[in-house]
Design a protein around this ligand. Structure first.
Ligand SMILES: [Zn+2]
Length: 459
């Protein structure tokens, strides 16, 4: 009898588990050899002609984020891709390669920040200017510089105004603006009066936050972000079970992951609906944490913004989506609970207002929280690279130093795998095989002069 009950329980739970994993089916007809866009949208693109230029980072300590020990060697990049990881004794790269001596420095995959808001308001700016599209765009451009100079080569923007993150994503990819790769959610979707939409505010007026009512509108709001170019869908409490189920189902059918800002029982509803990750260290039941671990629902704990909020204001006040007791200790305790349950953890800083000016220390502080929760220093770096790339749905192209991965590489003058503070000593940053930061600051090549004689007449 007992065995039958167990069997019944397995059968009942099976369809739910399968349903939660439905999303990858989107790409089953896409052969891995088909060239696609380098984002979670996986849109087929024409075959690119191989860029023959070779760049070698020679003789550094390699933290590959593959789990292997740090050892000295060379990283060979051809065009936008890592071509080889060579041991110290092998130097078989083309004679005309650009070779940079990085002996004594540490080479690691570019860092990922899974929680940014590029266009959010600046506290020293008037509300009129904060709502201006031009001002918002330039605020975002300035922030991109802080991220890239901190060694962060990919950001997941989980709410910004209008088309701005999508336009900047394209401009960065075309090397016309310096910054990290942008994976954008577009507008955050919540219900009337939900998180970020309480009263009329700058976030709703600038459409960084949009509201929807009922399952059909939640589906439509997801489609609107997809239409703008979303790489991920961001939802926030409050919502009904039907609303979040509809939104998640729609996003997964479109091939996108879903992340949610939620608290208390809303986290449970979101996990039941099949979301892929949960932002913040907010309260939830042990049962929900267990379900997160079981279903592979990741967590982006973002402890740093709450440290800043509690330090500057004494608490998180005035929000109906934060009606619980929050302390630095309760947040760290939630991070420990998530870690001990085996939940996959990524790194995000949620640096709103002018807190991006605290980079890179703010990012390093987030990693120190992981260490305080029981991670080793190398494990914290794995969360910042491989694990976060996986949460981005980009684990096949980013997050480790391995042949075939995209050339997003960070060189620091120190040993960050032993001392996290060394991450602040950024020397070189390479994004997509191009050097974008030298000696810790943005490096922009002189513009290419186009001769009129090369122009094709249009008449
Ligand atoms: Zn946020």
């Amino acid at each position: 009898m007992k065995q039958r009950i167990v069997l019944l329980a397995v059968l009942v739970s099976l369809p739910l588990t399968l349903w939660a994993q439905e999303r990858p089916e989107r790409y089953r007809y896409l052969d891995p050899s088909t060239p696609v866009s380098h984002d979670p949208r996986r849109v087929p693109v024409p075959e690119q002609s191989a860029d023959p230029s070779v760049l070698v980072l020679s003789g550094g300590r390699l933290f590959t984020a593959t789990g292997s020990e740090v050892s000295e060697g060379h990283v060979v990049l051809r065009g936008s891709t890592i071509e080889a990881i060579l041991p110290l004794a092998r130097k078989d790269w083309p004679e005309d390669a650009e070779v940079i001596d990085v002996r004594g420095k540490t080479v690691l995959p570019g860092l990922v920040d899974l929680h940014t808001h590029l266009t959010y308001i600046d506290p020293d700016t008037s509300s009129e200017r904060n709502l201006s599209i031009a001002d918002s765009t330039l605020r975002a451009v300035e922030r991109l510089r802080y991220y890239i100079e901190s060694g962060i080569t990919s950001i997941r923007d989980v709410a910004s105004s209008g088309d701005i993150p999508f336009v900047l994503k394209r401009w960065v990819a075309e090397n016309r603006v310096v910054g990290p790769r942008i994976f954008a959610a577009g507008s955050l979707i919540t219900a009337t009066g939900g998180h970020g939409a309480e009263g009329r505010n700058a976030l709703t007026e600038s459409e960084a936050v949009v509201t929807a009512s009922g399952p059909d509108e939640w589906r439509e709001a997801v489609r609107q972000q997809f239409d703008k170019g979303a790489d991920v869908i961001k939802l926030a409490s409050h919502f009904s079970r039907e609303e979040i189920r509809a939104a998640v189902e729609e996003a997964h059918a479109l091939g996108l992951k879903v992340t949610v800002d939620a608290e208390t029982f809303y986290v449970g509803w979101a996990v039941e609906a099949g979301v892929d990750s949960v932002e913040h260290p907010l309260p939830r039941t042990e049962e929900t944490v267990r379900l997160m671990a079981e279903r592979g629902v990741a967590s982006v704990p973002t402890l740093v913004p709450y440290i800043l909020i509690i330090d500057s204001a004494g608490g998180y006040f005035g929000s109906t989506s934060r009606r619980f007791t929050m302390t630095k200790d309760s947040n760290l305790a939630m991070l420990k609970t998530l870690k001990e349950a085996g939940v996959k953890l990524g790194v995000g800083t949620d640096l709103v207002l002018d807190w991006y000016r605290y980079l890179p220390e703010a990012y390093i502080t987030e990693l120190k929280q992981l260490v305080a929760a029981g991670f080793t220093v190398p494990e914290a770096l794995l969360a910042a690279t491989r694990e976060s790339a996986d949460i981005l749905d980009m684990g096949h192209l980013l997050g480790t130093l391995e042949p075939g991965k995209l050339g997003d590489v960070l060189v620091v003058d120190g040993r960050p795998d032993e001392t996290l503070e060394d991450l602040a000593r950024v020397d070189l940053v390479i994004r997509n095989g191009t050097i974008v930061v030298r000696d810790g600051k943005v490096s922009v090549p002189r513009h290419e002069v186009v001769s009129r004689t090369n122009e094709k007449p249009s008449w």
